[in-house]
Write a protein that binds this ligand. Structure first.
Ligand code: NAP
Ligand code: GLV
Length: 306
C-alpha cells in the first residue's frame, strides 16, 4: 500500500514518520511532481497537479475539518474525500468560544484597560438571560460548543441545515428558520462549513437581525463574513464587537481594518488546531477499516459541500 502526503506550505516529515510507524507495511512518502501512484493521500490544500497526477487514488484524507479548499479542485467522482472528525478539535473549539463569550459577557477587556491606568472599578453585573448565544452549524464542533456554553447557563440556540434536536438547545433549521434564530440570538458563533449556500451569509441583512448589542464570533471561514458589513454595524452601535479567528485572506493583511478596530479581537486561525498524534491515529484507523471493507465516518458529500 502506498500513502502520499502533501501539506501546502508545511513540511510533513513528522507526519510521514508517524504514519509509517503506525503502518509499517505501507510505503509512506512526501509527494513531489512525478511521484509514484498512491492508494491513499493525506493532504492540506494540494494543487490541481497533485490530483491530476494521482489519478489512481482511492481516498483523500484532509488534515482539517473544513474541506472547502479541496472541493474547489476538479476531483474524480470516484475519489472518496474524508475530513477530520473531531480528532481533538472540538474541545479546543469549545474552550476558545467559551473564552470569547465569557470575556465579552464579563467585560474583561474593560477591566484590562482599567489595569493599564491603575483604576479599581466595578461594572454592573449583566444578566445571563440577556446573553443568548446562537451557534450556527451544529455539527461535530458546533454541538460540542453548544454543550459547553450550557455549563455556564447561557441560553443557547442552534441553527443547522436539516432539523436537529439537542437537549436544552432551542434549535432552528433551514432558510425558513434563519430569521427566528437571529432574532433569538445576541452572541452569534459561526461554525458552518464554507459552501456556496453559506458564503457571505454573515452580512448586513443577517447581522442586523441579531439582538441589539449583538456580538459575532467567527471561527469557521473568513468568506462567511462580509467584512465591511460587520464594521458598519459595530460602528453604528448595533453590534458590540467581534472575535474573529478566520479571514478572507490569511494571514490577515497588515492594512486590514480588523487589526486596529478597538472592538474587534483578532486571532490567527488558531481556535481548533489539527493535533498530529490524534489525527494520525484517526486516519490510520480509517485506512485499516477501509482495508477490512468497513465503512468509515467523515466521508464528504461533494454535492452538499461538506
Ligand atoms: P460538520 O460536522 O460538517 O458540521 C457542519 C454543520 O453546519 C452541520 O450542523 C450542518 O447542518 C451545518 N450547515 C451546513 N450547511 C448549512 C447551511 N446552509 N445552513 C445552516 N447550517 C448548515 O463540521 P464541523 O466539523 O463541525 O466543522 C465546521 C467548520 O468549522 C469546518 O467546516 C471549518 O470550516 C471550521 N473549522 C475551523 C477551525 C478553526 O481553527 N478556525 C477548525 C476546524 C474547523 P446539518 O447538521 O443539517 O448537516
Ligand atoms: C481548520 O480550519 C479546519 O478546517 O480544520
Amino acid at each position: 500500500m502506498n500513502i502520499t502526503l502533501f501539506f501546502d506550505g508545511l513540511t510533513p516529515d513528522a507526519w510521514v514518520q508517524g504514519v509509517q510507524q503506525a503502518l509499517p507495511q505501507a510505503h509512506v512518502s512526501v509527494w513531489v511532481p512525478g511521484a509514484p501512484q498512491a492508494d491513499h493521500a493525506i493532504v492540506w490544500a494540494p494543487p490541481q497537479q497533485f490530483i491530476d497526477e494521482q489519478a489512481g487514488l482511492k481516498t483523500l484524507f484532509n488534515i482539517g475539518a473544513g474541506v472547502d479548499a479541496l472541493l474547489q479542485l476538479k476531483l474524480p467522482p470516484s475519489l472518496k474525500v474524508v475530513r477530520l472528525d473531531d480528532a481533538g478539535m472540538s474541545v479546543q473549539m469549545a474552550e476558545f468560544v467559551c473564552h470569547a463569550v465569557i470575556r465579552h459577557f464579563r467585560e474583561l477587556d474593560i477591566y484590562d484597560a482599567d489595569v493599564q491606568t491603575g483604576r479599581w472599578s466595578y461594572r454592573k453585573p449583566r444578566s445571563r438571560a440577556d446573553f443568548s448565544v446562537g451557534v450556527m452549524g451544529l455539527g461535530v464542533l458546533g454541538e460540542r460548543v453548544a454543550k459547553a456554553l450550557q455549563v455556564f447557563e447561557f441560553p443557547v440556540n442552534g441553527f443547522s441545515r436539516s432539523p436537529k434536536s439537542l437537549p436544552g438547545v432551542q434549535c432552528f433549521s433551514g432558510v425558513q428558520g434563519l430569521a427566528g434564530f437571529l432574532a433569538a440570538t445576541r452572541v452569534l458563533v459561526n461554525l458552518m462549513p464554507l459552501t456556496p449556500e453559506t458564503e457571505n451569509m454573515l452580512n448586513h441583512t443577517t447581522l442586523s437581525q441579531l439582538q441589539p448589542g449583538g456580538y459575532v464570533i467567527n471561527v469557521a471561514r473568513g468568506k462567511h463574513l462580509v467584512d465591511e458589513d460587520l464594521i458598519a454595524l459595530i460602528d453604528s452601535g448595533h453590534l458590540a464587537g467581534a472575535t474573529l479567528d478566520v479571514f478572507r485572506t490569511e494571514p490577515l493583511p497588515a492594512e486590514h481594518a480588523f487589526w486596529k478596530h478597538p472592538k474587534i479581537t483578532v486571532t490567527p486561525h488558531t481556535s481548533a488546531r489539527t493535533l498530529r498524534e490524534e489525527s494520525i491515529a484517526q486516519i490510520v484507523g480509517k485506512i485499516q477499516a477501509l482495508q477490512r471493507g468497513e465503512s468509515i465516518q467523515g466521508v464528504v458529500d461533494p454535492a452538499r459541500g461538506y
